[in-house]
Every structure is written in C-alpha cells, then in structure tokens.
Design a protein around this ligand. Structure first.
Ligand SMILES: C[S@@+](CC[C@H](N)C(=O)[O-])C[C@H]1O[C@@H](n2cnc3c(N)ncnc32)[C@H](O)[C@@H]1O
Length: 282
C-alpha cells in the first residue's frame, strides 16, 4: 500500500515518521540487553536552516528552522540511544555535527566526515553480538549504493529507513529507449545489478523500417520502478513494511519513496508493525 502526501511539508513528515519510529524502537527494546545504536548515514548538520544548501527546486519548502534527523535522534528520551554515529561527507555540515555533538558530552557520539558508502560497510563489520541499530539513509538523490543496503541487511541486526529517489531514478530510465551506458552504470549501482532495473524494459512492438536492432522501451511506470526497488529490499532484508510513503513536490510529482526494512528475524514482526502503523497514520 502506498500512502501519498501532497504539496509542501514532506520533509517535516519524513522526520516526524523517523522520530516516532526511534521513540517506539528504543522503548520496545529498553529492557533488553542490547546496545542500541543510531546511524545517520547522510546526517546533514543537525538542523535545517532557511537559505541553506538544502534549498533546491525539490527542497523548496523550508521557511523555518527545523530539527534535523541527528538532533531528533539525540533527543529521544524515554530510552536514549546508547551510541550515535553521524556520517556526513560535506566538511562544513560535518563540522556543525561536531558542534552539536559537543553539546552532549555525556553521550557516546561518533561524528564521521566521510562517504556513507564506505563508512556503512565498516560500521556493519564492526557490530558486536549485542548491538542493535537503526540506520537512516536520507540522501539528496541517488547517492545510496546497493552494496551499502546489502551490508546493512546482511548484519541481521539493523532496521533501516531508506529514502528512494524515485524521480531521479525515473529520469535515468528513458521511456523510448534504453539508458546510455553511463546511466546504466549508475542504475547498476543503485539496484545492485543490471537485471534488476532492466526488467523495466521490453522490446518495442514498433517494427523497424530499416531492419536494425529492435528498439527497447520502458514498460513500467514510475510507481512500478519503486515496486522494483521494494522487491530488491525484500530480497535481502528479513521483511519490508507493506506501506511506503510517497513524497511529492509542489507540482504533485512523486519525488521520493520512504521505505522501511527490518533485518532481525526475531525483531522484524514488531518492527514492521510499528513502522507500518506510523507510515499509515503520520
Ligand atoms: C537530505 S540531506 C540529510 C538531511 C538530514 N537527514 C536531516 O534530517 O537533517 C543529505 C545529506 O547527505 C550528505 N551527503 C551527500 N552524499 C553523501 C555521501 N556519499 N556520504 C555521506 N553524506 C553524503 C549531504 O551533504 C547532505 O548533508
């Protein structure tokens, strides 16, 4: 099921969904012997500020200062996270995160200036048996590599929120022909292989007048591209929430789909219930 939100304010919705999930997740696990870790892999700067670099055509609804995901995670209170990892590639934003982290000297916070696609597999490889984590993948566009998603899923200890850049991916998949080799390479990185996005294409029924190779055309609409990505998630995670949230721009075009996937076989049923309830209701 897809729940759609229209118009402005989608970033606030995204962050509210995250906040509610983090709150429920930590509360649900508070009496268990786990070290609870929050990993913000595209962490931003802790706050959204008017006129910041986030204001692009598709991030045009910021008129006020908002708390960003890192600050939201820091302020989860009923059962605070035992450890927080903030990964941010942009040095200035990473510096803001360091300053934010310094305001919480008693907390175990690791701000990393680096590339999420390098840092996530490292984090996954270093998890202890008693670590359980939530990873938030919140890119501007197509920065998340499938290898990172796969590494997260393979731990079987991580729940993951993933913002899938539907509009950017759909633009890489032309309707009337196959993508160029350069775009195909990007799509391979996003889907983890050629077969997974190529199933969105078929041979055109139009007969070629010049006897050349039959043309390929896209056979799937944008929503079905998001379905293809959901199927990919389902192939590596224990479970994926049935509901996803579609975020639209001011022209009502779908830009991003927010997915939730759970990796831990024992924890997945409750995690999926919580996330699905939030995705349906907020
Ligand atoms: C949509 S913003 C994140 C907003 C943040 N979640 C919040 O709520 O404040 C995406 C961030 O990812 C950063 N970024 C882009 N590519 C990255 C990469 N490969 N690794 C880590 N961070 C990256 C950008 O500099 C930007 O700050």
């Amino acid at each position: 099921m897809v729940r759609t939100s229209f118009g402005g304010g989608w970033t606030q919705q995204k962050l509210e969904i995250l906040r509610r999930y983090l709150d429920s997740y930590t509360t649900a696990l508070k009496n268990r012997p786990f070290r609870l870790v929050y990993v913000d892999a595209f962490a931003g700067e802790g706050y959204w500020q008017p006129g910041s670099g986030y204001q692009t055509e598709e991030y045009d609804d910021f008129k006020e200062i908002l708390e960003g995901s890192a600050k939201i995670a820091l302020d989860i209170r009923d059962k605070p996270f035992d450890r927080l990892v903030f990964i941010e590639k942009d040095p200035k934003r990473a510096m803001s995160l360091r300053q934010l982290s310094a305001q919480y000297p008693e907390r175990d916070i690791q701000p990393i200036t680096g590339d999420a696609n390098e840092e996530i597999p490292k984090f996954c490889g270093e998890m202890d048996d008693f670590d359980r984590a939530v990873v938030f993948l919140d890119p501007f566009a197509t920065q998340v590599s499938w290898d990172s998603v796969k590494a997260v899923a393979a731990t079987r200890k991580i729940d993951c929120w993933i913002l899938f850049p539907l509009m950017a991916v759909a633009r890489m998949m032309p309707i009337g022909s196959e993508p160029s080799e350069a775009l195909a390479g990007h799509l391979d990185r996003i889907f983890g292989g050629r077969d997974y996005w190529k199933m969105g294409y078929r041979e055109s029924a139009q007969i070629s007048l010049f006897g050349d190779e039959p043309r390929q055309e896209r056979s799937r609409g944008n929503e079905q591209i998001a379905d293809m990505f959901r199927d990919r998630l389902q192939s590596v995670f224990y479970s994926v929430a049935p509901t996803r949230r579609v975020f639209r721009n001011s022209r009502n075009s779908p830009m991003f789909d927010l997915f939730f996937a759970a990796g831990n076989p024992r924890g997945a049923p409750i995690a999926i219930n919580i996330a699905d309830h939030i995705l349906k209701n907020w």
